[in-house]
Every structure is written in structure tokens, then in C-alpha cells.
Write a protein that binds this ligand. Structure first.
Ligand code: GLV
Length: 327
């Protein structure tokens, strides 16, 4: 029977499903598995259901020669060295589609929370500082009618635009591949350059993938190009924003505020964030509705079953793995 390792706690139905097909090594207590231990667990495993906290690189693959598939329980897969997997004939899959609406809902929530200073208001109330209600209390920025600049206009970016229309927002977008005119028309979204998006948006919303080319896509020069009244929302991945530069910009008032769900080196985020009143911070939970996380877990498991049964997994990222199959 083929053996698979599941690195993080999963919903019971996912483990039960995998157990119908494989000898499963689960981690239902969700304890932290050190890299050396993970390598030991994987040395004779055929597949792995991984999570974004697992680093799957060439060094690991070299020591785990039986692995044929790495099935990530996330849409992003920057934790996996896909080129190394391809070179070694290992399939890589992700979980696109099932989380788009939940992430888009969260994007809108984080945008409103940031523009309307919701967590600052709650901190003030919990600190028992609320003595009276007054006209100029916790003044924020309106979301309705504002210009939103969405960077990355794939499924999630478009789902955010669809919601933004409901707030009568003026929608700009920038992405590597401009979308078809009928999609632009349907979403009432205007394609602009990165520079124009940064200069014209009241809210800059990042929802692009993290890769070497997008490392520090937003750094000091980009922040300087934004309006002093602008709000930056990063729901995509740590590393897309230069966190030190952002902290400096938030301190200096180069931009007004930021709403963040992802960070460089998370969960050990730059402590400078914690001192800022003008940042709304959440711990990488944009997709974390129960039904969506259940769907992500099952999607990854289905990819693993297909991959190890000789079928093409539905969400295969690296079809070129076939060119490097051994034997
Ligand atoms: C979450 O961050 C994901 O990539 O699914």
C-alpha cells in the first residue's frame, strides 16, 4: 500500500478519505515537525499533503526519493521549489478555486476595517478609555465611491472587483496579463500601469502571487508614489511588500494606513508593526472560513489520490514533471 504523510492537522473526513487509499501518517495533534524529522517520515513515502508552513525544496527531495507527489493545502505554493520537483519527476498541486470567494470576502472586510479604523476603536474600548461619544471620534475614510487599485487580477482579484462594484468604487487594476475586454466591461475595471495605479488609488489591494519577480513589489519607491491618504491592503503573501519600508512609511505618514494578513518571515513578523496604530493586522486567515478550509483540505487530498493512482491530478501545476520521470 502506498504511504502518504499529512504534515498538519486535517479535518477528520480528509484523513478518512485518504485512509481509503493509502497508509496515512497523519499529524492530528498538529505538533511542530522539525525538518529532519519530516525528512525521516518522508524517506519511504510516496506522497505528501503539505501546508504553506512546510518548505519542500531540493534538499528535502534528495533525501526522499520515493516521493511522487507534493499536494499543497493552499492556492499559493511558494513554499515548494516547483522547479526542483519538476527536475525530479515529482508532481505538485494546489487548491485553486475553492477559496476565491472567502478570500474576496475577507479582502473587503480588511479594507473596511482599515479605512474605518475598526480594530483601533476596539482597542480603545477594551482599554476602558471610552468616556464620551464625540463628533471627531476615530475619523476614518469612506470606502464607497473610493478608487481601489487591485494588483493581480486572477480569480480572486476579479471576485474582489465584483464586490467593490457593490460599494460604487472606481476600479483600477494592474496585472501581468491584461484580461479580456468583456471581463473588464463586466467588472467596470480599468487596466492601468503599476505607476498610475499607485498614484491614483485610495486603496491599493495586493492579490498577486509571490515569486522572485514579485519580491518587494511594494518597497520605499512605490510607497512614496502612493497618496499620503492611501491605504495598502496585502492579502497575498509576505515578501511582496518590503515590511521594513512599509513600517517606516506608516510611521512617517507617507501613506495613511495598512491592512495586512501576511508578512515577511511570518509568524515572526517585524515587531515594528505591533507599535503602529495605523495598521490592522491579522494572522494569515483570509481563507479561514470553516467550509472553505474543509474544501481546501479535501481538494488537496483528491489531488494526492489522483496523482498516486496514475491519473492526472485536477490541479497539477507542473505538467513537465513527466519529462523527468525515472525508470
Ligand atoms: C493561502 O494563503 C493560500 O495560498 O491558500
Amino acid at each position: 500500500m502506498k504511504k502518504v504523510v499529512v504534515t498538519r492537522e486535517m479535518f477528520d473526513e480528509t484523513i478518512e478519505y485518504l485512509e481509503q487509499h493509502f497508509l496515512v501518517v497523519p499529524n492530528q495533534s498538529d505538533r511542530t515537525i522539525a525538518r529532519d524529522e519530516l525528512i525521516k517520515m518522508l524517506h519511504d513515502a510516496d506522497g505528501i499533503q503539505s501546508y504553506s508552513t512546510d518548505r519542500v525544496d531540493d534538499g528535502l527531495l534528495a533525501q526522499c526519493p520515493a516521493i511522487k507527489a507534493v499536494c499543497n493545502t493552499a492556492v499559493g505554493y511558494n513554499n515548494i521549489d516547483v522547479d526542483a520537483c519538476t527536475r525530479r519527476g515529482v508532481m505538485v498541486t494546489n487548491t485553486p478555486g475553492v477559496l476565491d470567494d472567502s478570500v474576496a470576502d475577507y479582502a473587503i472586510g480588511l479594507m473596511i476595517a482599515t479605512c474605518r479604523r475598526m480594530s483601533e476603536g476596539e482597542r480603545y474600548l477594551r482599554a476602558r478609555e471610552w468616556k464620551t461619544t464625540y463628533l471627531k471620534q476615530t475619523l476614518g475614510k469612506d470606502v464607497h465611491g473610493a478608487t481601489i487599485g487591485i494588483v493581480g487580477f486572477g480569480r480572486i482579484g476579479q471576485a474582489i472587483a465584483k464586490r467593490a462594484r457593490g460599494f460604487d468604487m472606481n476600479i483600477l487594476y494592474y496585472t501581468r496579463n491584461r484580461v479580456a475586454p468583456d471581463v473588464e466591461e463586466q467588472l467596470d475595471a480599468r487596466y492601468v500601469s503599476k505607476e498610475d495605479l499607485l498614484g491614483q488609488s485610495d486603496i491599493v489591494m495586493l492579490i498577486l502571487p509571490y515569486k522572485p519577480e514579485t519580491h518587494h513589489f511594494i518597497g520605499a519607491p512605490e510607497l512614496a508614489r502612493m497618496k499620503p491618504s492611501a491605504v495598502l491592503i496585502n492579502m497575498a503573501r509576505g515578501g511582496i511588500v518590503d515590511d521594513a519600508a512599509l513600517i517606516e512609511a506608516l510611521r512617517a505618514g507617507t501613506i495613511w494606513s495598512a491592512g495586512l494578513d501576511v508578512y515577511e518571515n511570518e509568524p515572526r513578523l517585524n515587531p515594528g508593526f505591533l507599535e503602529l496604530e495605523n495598521a490592522v493586522l491579522s494572522p494569515h486567515i483570509a481563507s479561514a472560513s470553516e467550509s472553505t478550509r474543509r474544501a481546501m483540505a479535501m481538494t488537496a487530498a483528491k489531488n494526492l489520490v489522483a496523482a498516486l493512482s496514475g491519473e492526472q491530478p485536477p490541479n497539477l501545476i507542473n505538467p513537465d514533471y513527466r519529462n523527468n520521470l525515472k525508470g
